[in-house]
Design a protein. Sequence first.
Length: 312
Amino acid sequence: MIEHRRAVRPTPIVPPGNVAGRALVITVAIMTFLASLTVGAVTLVSETASEWQNDIASEITVQIIPRDDLDMDAALAAVEEIAGRTPGVTSAARLTDAATSRLLEPWLGAGLELGELPVPRLVIIAIDGEAPPDFDALRQELEDKVPQAELDDHRAWVSRLVSMANAMILTGTGVLVLVLVATALTVVFATRGAMAGNKQIVEVLHFVGARSEFIAEQFQRHFLRIGLLGALSGGACAVCLFWIMGLWTASNRARPEADQISALFGSFAIGWTGYLGVALLIAFVGLVTGLTSRFTVLKQLSLIDMLSPVET
């Protein structure tokens, strides 16, 4: 009679499905989600600021302040004529009444009658980026012909924009570092808890001759699996959130609220740089989780070696 024996797998040192492991997966997922949001936000700010800077550098605006005795249509036509014959200007067009009303709709409501309100009017002037016009000469000519006109070349806005973007990127980087440090500390405490729960097994294996690297490798595999699982869950949730916000912005593009959000953050499309950043973050979180647990176990085992002669 032939006996069929099943291959018995060795019991892992750290139980794979314990409550602490599931709690750590959720913790790592939450932290990775927050870190991924930070990476996406930094990417959005950087790309949107670059788009703003390019748009601002490619055009200037002339604002005409309304007066009681001012013929607004004649003033707008004069500004268009002066800008059109200025070297370095590619086009000049007034902002229509419908476009002006749409810009003011979030604050003053729909159905505005611009003729009844002292609303400044704008002329958008597109410039040649390679051969821009003489802004000082253009400003002086506009002041002579249309005293109510004010030229804005957006230099101050560009400087403030770059400063704001750099500050937000620096802040986001700091938040990202803090989240990663908190993740590493969480793994340290979880590893110590796992070792305390399996203290007798670890000590027996260690005293019978099991190498410290072997024991540390068991913990490293366990926490690496937990870290990758949590990081993938948190990163996927963050990517889905950006994707949903992008769809909402695209489907509500005609609404003023969506226009304001798009003006500040673009289309919420983080692009390949954002997705690559989230992927690298997931891999980094998994690596930090595995290596942190390994170093923690090796340190605890070295303490056991130091204390064992005293106890004997």
